[in-house]
Design a protein around this ligand. Structure first.
Ligand SMILES: C[S@@+](CC[C@H](N)C(=O)[O-])C[C@H]1O[C@@H](n2cnc3c(N)ncnc32)[C@H](O)[C@@H]1O
Length: 272
């Protein structure tokens, strides 16, 4: 593993799991645990640690994507890692696929998609608010070190967008996803997947109806709850608090209209 260098990101992690994402620089860093000089990170490796002026140990790691998205500039709600990871897996994203997402918001989903696409294929992100497109572009550039060549951001309302190419996957993170479905369905190839995230039941009901009316089948809706556990010498039990409801994930496939009505999915069908 390479050694830390000036200006790269380092995730300082206390022994109790408190984290700070900072850039390595010739500058001091301080917290309630005491101070260190960030220049001392240079030349160390991941997993090394520094001792603060108060004697606390700070472990040094390179940030994972989940560390970065909670620290980047965000003026919109972002998709939480528990949902992001499921959306990436259940959409069956692969290097080389062509993906359309809307809206880009702060770029959390775009980052996860671009990571999974490994620099291949293309991600087209549609966002109606120019200021959010600017934030997302900058968040993505900072994470990768340069703007990925396979990423295009278009500032527009999705309801008026018409692409000249067909895409393999569509992602919706919109307040009114059902309004985008009929326009977007024609841009998705047959068999392509659409994935939508919505916090409210009413949103998924309206989206479900629009998906059925626009040639989608195998439609499933689910939510994921993550409950962390506290484990030490004396205890093994769930933490008192958890991130419970964030949103419902909808996954649907585009099917051929000539082959009859799209199949309704039966609850539990998809997990065998
Ligand atoms: C919750 S944010 C998306 C967050 C993003 N998925 C992320 O992970 O950072 C919703 C975004 O959709 C955009 N939006 C809402 N309606 C839209 C529309 N009709 N066309 C394009 N973008 C839209 C909003 O401006 C906002 O930036």
């Amino acid at each position: 593993m390479s050694k830390f260098q000036l200006s790269e990101w380092v995730l300082l992690t206390s022994q109790k799991g408190k984290k700070w994402l900072v850039q390595v620089a010739d500058a001091p860093f301080s917290s309630h645990l005491g101070g260190i000089h960030l220049g001392d990170v240079v030349g160390r490796e991941e997993g090394d640690w520094l001792v603060t002026s108060k004697g606390a140990k700070l472990m040094l790691f390179r940030p994972a994507l989940q560390d970065y998205i909670f620290n980047m500039k965000r003026r919109t709600q972002i998709i939480y890692p528990k949902d992001l990871s499921a959306m990436i897996f259940y959409s069956d994203i692969y290097p080389g696929c062509v993906v359309l997402e809307t809206g880009i918001g702060s770029g959390a989903l775009s980052l996860a998609l671009l990571r999974a696409m490994c620099g291949r294929g293309k991600l087209i992100s549609i966002e109606k608010r120019a200021e959010f497109a600017v934030d997302a572009r900058e968040n993505i550039r900072r994470f990768f070190g340069a703007a990925p060549e396979n990423h295009e951001i278009i500032v527009a309302d999705i309801e008026g967008v018409c692409l000249s190419c067909e895409v393999d996957r569509i992602f919706l993170d919109l307040p009114e996803p059902w309004r985008a479905v009929s326009n977007m369905s024609g841009m998705l190839r047959m068999g392509g997947l659409l994935v939508s995230l919505s916090p409210n039941v009413g949103q998924i009901q309206l989206t479900h109806r629009q998906l059925q009316a626009n040639g989608f089948g195998d439609i499933v809706h689910f939510e994921l709850l993550r409950r962390d556990w506290k484990v030490d010498q004396l205890r093994a039990r769930p933490f008192d608090r958890m991130v419970a409801h964030t949103g419902f994930i909808t996954v649907a496939k585009r099917v051929s209209a000539e082959r009859g009505d799209p199949l309704e999915s039966v609850p539990g069908d998809s997990e065998g």
